[in-house]
Design a binder for this molecule. Structure first.
Ligand code: MGD
Ligand code: MGD
Ligand code: MO
Length: 824
């Protein structure tokens, strides 16, 4: 319809991150809108090719075409026909591709000689890695070798890594940074449904009459999904919105009910919400009877959890809790989402599981508009989980179930004993602990930057710097982590290699190679394959263990491994993905178009012989034994698990009187290796800041723009103060800012305050999912230098918006940030 209309007022997509509204009514399809951005001076007619892909800077899976001219990426355009984004793109998607062209991309392998990293050939680098592997295997065995990977590679790459690590080397120590990210999402789904796998679908936004977001700043972290919500909110019969978040996020501002609890009290709040829902009899008895076990335990557990009780713990008015319960209890079609405000907070799994319980109690699953999204964060975290590169076995198989291990051994043509399964695969924090203790002697880090992203960085730097640890770092850039490496492997990335990945609602996209990588950089898949060849891994008949040489062949091998499992990819091919608008797994002969929602017909994967886990105790993390599970859940229903609230381990005290939480801003991705190299994004949030409420700032005698130190028992961060509508008693730090663009390059210097939020965070994790706690700690703040009246360098369009905007200039991206937006 009509010619593309460029709305100059909205085309600055830094100042207007969500663009213009295309309202729609409940049950109607989400209207399309095509967003794009081309390098200045490039016209659509100049583009040689549009190469299909999807975004790689969050888990939403926004489909896009990469514009190529003269062998270079010159822009992107949303794919209008795709089920996920209907053509829309967020700011990071629109501008992020420019990072591929950075002058300081790694172009050759590096090896440490005489204490310095020096350029070398691929043969030299990979032979060094293979030689070290072989000598360690001989002297110390497979347990001396660990792999720490990512949520940002492609499915084909993880699967290859999982095969070579688990069956080639036979090590137990393979995990992803997904441990920091969605380990709790996976665990919460496993505890309730016996198996990982997202029940809901993004189309539930189209049908819901009530939305509940728990610790999820969707507006900033999945901006395109938020556009969908905004378009429903602007439509004729908007859903009601509940937000549970201690910060004044854009979600909180749009909410009908906003609860801003003390951090670490999610479980108390959820138990009170469930108490109210049960008290008012908002219970689907027929659903509970048919599809669940364990309801009586929940009833007992929440019997005394009144709103008044929770109000005292969460510091939220009891009336507001009752109001939220009314909203949830009155919903006819409820969609809930959960993310880091729960997963990285205290009692993570126990709290996330209560959101599942809410849906079971209300019988709200498997129907349009009735979904739970235990969200993902990273673009390909789902695949890390599916392929078993994350501390699980491939295909959501149960390491405690011998039949599952045997099946896997059959697929790989190895003996079952080859695949370590004497205990749960080692989680990331434990791999680093083993490295600290010296039993892990080689650590291969791919696609993650632990020297900025793991908690308690002083400790992490000392582990990475240990003499006895041989460290391999595979990345695009010479990151803070790469400074500690013995071998650095330059990787190709998005746009420079081919592979598939799966978003948070199980939608699979193919991302095709559009341009050549810089210098000698290679696709991660090719690096893993080359290593496997050098190691000459064999199957039980003496044939090669890794039988594939291309991404498509790796995908086909994965299809065979996924067959018959919940994440069944057998009906998805590269061919089909090429013409599609995204396909949701499971996709099989029986469901050739893919599967929009799981559990439409009862619970499918919780039976004792099928389930991925027999579960854990929600308080202690102790494993449930097979016999116990068989007795509890013989028919494979959903398991309703209850847990009592206990206070966080680290609470404010006289020395550290504030709560501290950390998180994200719209314009940056993690440790900024990409977004820090993109002019429009970096200008929008150029430097670290800290947030306090007006009352807290006044109590400390602090003003907007003052340089303060935020310190905990671990360490401190220097940051300019932004005064926002955050709850009193809480200080917030974004965790994006590390050291690669500071003079020292790798850290703050002994005993000094730094720039990375993780100088302050604690070595502690959820006992069930083993996900580290980045959201709860105790801290103090102190003035370091009075500001000169210049406001803090924090965005004004986001949760960091000033409480008093007077005199604080609004965030804009300048002329460079103009993007096109074509309402259709
Ligand atoms: N712009 C941007 N988008 C991203 C990313 C990024 O780096 N930048 N990263 C991607 C990844 S990997 C992830 S995992 C996701 C994360 O996405 P989100 O989980 O949405 O992001 P966070 O900012 O980590 O945390 C969300 C909210 O949790 C709140 N919170 C803190 N403590 C508590 C608590 O105890 N209880 C409750 N209820 N809330 C609390 C914070 O105030 C914060 O607003 O984002 C993805 N998308
Ligand atoms: N305090 C605090 N800490 C946190 C969090 C928090 O909320 N607060 N959130 C946690 C969460 S949820 C996450 S997901 C982690 C993220 O933590 P990290 O994974 O450490 O963060 P990234 O900056 O995304 O690091 C990814 C690295 O991979 C590289 N890379 C990108 N693409 C490719 C590729 O194709 N191949 C290869 N080989 N390398 C590539 C990038 O250059 C970058 O160095 O941080 C966690 N840490
Ligand atoms: Mo994440």
């Amino acid at each position: 319809m009509g010619a593309p209309v460029e709305r100059a007022d909205r085309a600055d997509r830094i100042a207007h991150p969500w663009g213009s509204r295309t309202p729609y009514r409940r049950g109607a399809p989400w209207p399309a809108r095509t967003d794009g951005h081309l390098a200045p001076g490039t016209l659509p007619g100049d583009v040689d090719a549009w190469v299909p892909s999807a975004s790689l800077l969050h888990s939403n899976g926004d489909a896009m075409d990469i514009a190529v001219r003269d062998g270079r990426i010159v822009g992107v355009r949303g794919r209008t026909g795709d089920r996920v984004n209907r053509g829309r793109l967020g700011p990071k998607d629109l501008f992020g591709w420019q990072a591929n062209h950075s002058e300081d991309r790694l172009r050759t392998p590096l090896i440490r000689r005489d204490g310095r990293l020096q350029e070398c050939s691929w043969d030299t680098a990979l032979d060094a890695v293979a030689d070290r592997t072989e000598s360690l295997l001989e002297e110390d065995g497979p347990g001396s070798i660990g792999f720490y990977t990512s949520g940002q590679l492609f499915l084909e790459e993880y699967y290859t890594l999982a095969v070579l690590a688990r069956a080639g080397i036979g090590t137990h120590h393979l995990d992803g940074n997904t441990r920091l990210c969605t380990a709790t999402a996976a665990e919460a789904l496993k505890e309730t449904f016996g198996c990982d796998g997202q029940p809901g679908s993004y189309t539930d936004v189209d049908h819901a009459d009530t939305l509940a977001l728990f610790g999820h700043n969707m507006a900033e972290t999945q901006p395109v999904l938020w556009m969908r919500v905004l378009d429903r909110l602007a439509g004729p019969d908007p859903p009601r919105l509940l937000c549970v978040d201690p910060r004044p996020t854009p979600v909180a501002r749009a909410a009908d009910v906003h609860l801003a609890p003390r951090t670490g009290t999610n479980l108390a709040l959820l138990n009170a919400l469930l108490h109210e829902i049960l008290r008012h009899g908002r219970i689907d008895r027929a659903y509970l009877e048919a599809h669940t076990v364990g309801f009586d335990r929940l009833e007992q557990q929440v019997a005394d959890c009144t709103p008044q009780w929770a109000a005292g713990i969460c510091d939220v008015p009891a009336a507001a809790i009752a109001e939220a319960a009314e909203l949830l209890g009155g919903a006819d079609r409820l969609l809930s989402t959960v993310l880091q405000g729960v997963y990285q907070s205290h009692q993570a799994t126990a709290a996330a599981v209560q959101v599942n319980n809410l849906h079971l109690v209300r019988g709200m699953l498997g129907r349009p508009g009735c979904g739970v999204l235990q969200m993902n964060g990273q673009p390909t975290a789902q695949n890390t989980r599916e392929t078993g590169a994350d501390g699980d076995l491939p295909g959501f198989r149960n390491w405690q179930n011998d039949a599952h291990v045997q099946e896997l051994a059959r697929i790989w043509n190895v003996t079952p004993e080859t695949i370590p399964h004497y205990g749960p695969p080692t989680h990331a924090m434990q791999i680093f602990r083993y490295a600290e203790q010296g039993s892990v002697k080689m650590l291969w880090i791919s696609g993650t930057n632990p020297a900025v992203s793991l908690p308690d960085l002083g400790r992490i730097r000392s582990i990475l710097g240990q003499e006895g640890l041989f460290t391999v770092v595979q990345d695009l850039f010479a990151t803070e982590t790469a400074q500690y490496a013995d071998v650095v492997l330059p990787a190709a990335t998005w746009g420079e290699k081919t592979g598939t990945f799966t978003n948070a609602d199980r939608t699979v996209h193919l991302s095709e190679k559009a341009v050549e990588p810089p210098g000698l950089a290679r696709a991660d898949l090719d690096i893993f394959l080359d290593y496997a060849r050098r190691m000459d891994f064999r199957d039980r008949d003496g044939g090669p263990l890794v039988t594939w040489g291309t991404a498509q062949e790796a995908f086909e091998a994965w299809q065979r491994c996924s067959a018959g499992r919940p994440c069944d990819y057998t009906g998805i091919t590269y061919e089909r993905l090429r013409g599609s608008g995204g396909i949701q797994w499971p996709c099989t002969e029986a469901a050739p178009e893919g599967t929009e929602r799981l559990y439409t017909d009862g619970i499918s994967w919780a039976a004792p012989d099928d389930c991925e886990t027999y579960g854990k105790d929600l308080l202690t993390g102790a494993a449930v034994e097979e016999e116990e599970y068989r007795a509890l859940n013989p028919e494979g229903k959903a398991v309703i698990k209850a847990a009592a609230y206990v206070p966080p381990h680290e609470e404010p005290d006289g020395e550290f009187p504030l709560q501290l939480t950390t998180g994200r801003t719209l314009y940056h991705f993690h440790t900024r290796t990409k977004t820090g190299r993109v002019p429009q994004l970096n200008a929008a949030a150029p430097e670290v800041w800290a947030e306090l409420s007006p009352a807290e700032a006044a109590a400390h005698g602090l003003h907007e723009g003052d340089l303060i130190e935020v310190a905990t028992a671990r360490g401190g961060v220097l940051a300019r103060l932004r005064i926002t509508a955050i709850r009193d008693g809480l200080v917030f730090l974004p965790f994006h800012y590390g050291y690669w663009d500071t003079p020292r390059g790798r850290g703050p210097g002994e005993g000094r305050a730094g720039r990375a939020a993780n100088e302050t965070t604690v070595t502690d994790w959820d006992p069930v999912s083993k996900q580290p706690l980045f959201k709860t700690a105790a801290a103090r703040v102190a003035l370091v230098e009075r500001g000169d009246g210049t406001p803090a360098p924090a965005p004004t369009t986001t949760a960091s918006a000033p409480a008093d905007p007077d005199g604080i200039p609004a965030t804009t991206g300048g002329p460079e940030a103009r993007a096109t937006e074509e309402p259709s």
